[in-house]
Design a binder for this molecule. Structure first.
Ligand SMILES: *Cc1c(COP(=O)(O)O)cnc(C)c1O
Length: 379
């Protein structure tokens, strides 16, 4: 399909190409000094003590659970309104996902519902900072501390976020990030995990590379050394090529956020005048990452809106349908039924994501708004 307003366009270019070229001129393509540089700059941007570049946010979530010895018999509470990966990471760790419903205005996990879901087997909570607005981490941390639970933040939408002075990874034990193709910074596929727990760093570095005692880059530097496998490990390490692509983007991350914020506010101002749509609630005292520009379509069926917008050349997406526990796999495996997550289900039926990225033009925003207004008028 040819779109006059594509749903997403990356803004990678000359700077990223040059950074990749520089890597090609060194012997180490895999994890090495460029990854170390990215980790240093990413942790500085996040204000965390430590960052590790990994292959995806899914793997970062999995790693956080592995390094915390969460596995079979343990329950991990998460939100019904998220991408699959939040939940499948819990399965990869061998633990049991326990889904809870969300707040109606933002789609963020309902902290009161988390309280209700805690059992003696609960080990961790995975909140998702949905669409770019942070969950109330102060309330969640307090709850977790009362029950001795770990918090692993799924911050795939929320690198730049802040709420009441709190940033991702500040109150959580870990925060996990995605650099997948459409995320706010990207290397096609990639991720990172941050933590302030210095005692876990060595264990994380072991688990994320086969449990091997020597990295390839160290062998290259010091000459061949025998290595051993000292514990079970997986394969989550980021490459120098990916890190090179990310470094220039980190420099413009705040500028890009400013641009998306301007565009999102333009959408909101214009869309607020239309009947048949609901805009998300904006928390006070919060820096919204505007990762996704969502609206809830209420005047006509959401899927009718999708057809009409696409026929006008407007690219759209749905984040997310169905609610994760109601996917075929989760409902058949765990017996979840429609009606158990009323707020998440309502969002999954109504939500629509509109084009939002730094290269989007104001004129294109106006074109999308006009197309939405026309679609609603047709009834
Ligand atoms: C994109 C995304 C993920 C998965 O990220 P990957 O890097 O593709 O593994 C996890 N959670 C949320 C909320 C996402 O949007």
């Amino acid at each position: 399909m040819q779109f006059s307003v594509p749903f997403f366009q990356h803004d990678l270019g000359k700077k990223e190409l040059k950074a990749i070229k520089n890597v090609f001129e060194t012997p180490i393509l895999t994890t090495g000094h460029v990854v170390a540089q990215f980790e240093e700059q990413f942790s500085r941007y996040m204000g965390s003590q430590f960052a590790l570049g990994v292959t995806s946010c899914t793997d970062a979530l999995h790693l956080a659970m592995r390094v915390s010895d969460i596995g079979p018999g343990d329950e991990v509470i998460t939100t019904a309104m998220t991408f699959l990966a939040t939940a499948t990471a819990i399965l990869e760790a061998g633990a049991t996902p326990v889904f809870v419903d969300v707040e109606p205005g933002t789609g963020n996990i309902d902290v009161e519902a988390v309280t209700q879901a805690i059992t003696p087997r609960t080990k961790a909570i995975i909140p998702v900072h949905l669409y770019g607005q942070m969950v109330d981490m102060v309330a969640l941390r307090k709850l977790a501390d009362q029950h001795g639970l770990i918090i692993i933040e799924d911050a795939a939408h929320c690198i730049e976020g802040k709420r009441d002075g709190v940033r991702p990874g500040m109150l959580g034990d870990f925060a996990c990030f995605s650099f997948y193709a459409t995320k706010n910074i990207t290397c096609g596929e990639g991720g990172a995990i941050i933590t302030n727990q210095a005692d876990l760093i060595d264990k994380m570095r072991l688990i994320y590379l086969h449990g091997m005692s020597q990295m390839a880059s160290e062998r290259a530097k010091k000459g061949y050394r025998h290595w051993d496998m000292v514990r079970m490990g997986w394969k989550f390490n980021m490459s120098n090529i990916d890190a090179a692509m990310l470094l220039p983007q980190l420099k413009r991350i705040d500028r890009n956020l400013k641009r998306r914020t301007t565009l999102a506010m333009r959408y909101r101002k214009k869309l607020a005048k239309l009947e048949g749509l609901a805009l998300s609630t904006l928390y006070p005292n919060t820096r919204h990452c505007h990762h996704l520009m969502t609206v809830q379509v209420q005047g006509i069926p959401r899927d009718t809106m999708i057809e009409r917008l696409q026929s006008q050349g407007v690219g759209v997406a749905v984040n997310y349908r169905p609610a994760v526990p109601l996917t075929k796999y989760f409902s058949e495996t765990y017996g979840y039924q429609p009606g158990q997550f009323p707020q998440a289900e309502k969002i999954s039926h109504e939500t629509l994501s509109l084009p939002l990225y730094p290269l989007l033009k104001k004129k294109q925003v106006d074109f999308v708004v006009t197309a939405i207004a026309e679609a609603l008028d047709k009834g």
